[in-house]
Design a protein around this ligand. Sequence first.
Ligand code: MN
Length: 130
Amino acid sequence: MANELLLIVEDNEKNRRLLRDILQVNGFRTVESETAEEGIDIARREQPALILMDIQLPGINGIEALHRLKADPETAGIPVMAVTASAMRQDVARIEGAGFDGFQSKPIDIKAIVIAARELIDRVGAGEHS
Ligand code: MN
């Protein structure tokens, strides 16, 4: 499968543009939001194949957004990858413990993020959720 729709939740315009460009060049379609609240609405409506979630966002943060997505049967099956600059040891533990399906750190490693996105989508498509 190719051409899947991916949702980018990221408040920083530069990062948003970088993610959009990387993903589109690699054959994905993208939709974006600057806040988690709007991202959750888009996820419900568009049912993206994967959500790339920043952690530090202007309203609710990416971890709270993850909890809301996983608590809603309409979005619970969508994999969510954290994409964050949080380098402090405590933050990493908190993010890894939150239940994200994947984790990528900033600055963004273009090759790694595309591979990770592909793997997550294929894993779900192979029937991890039913
Ligand atoms: Mn941010």
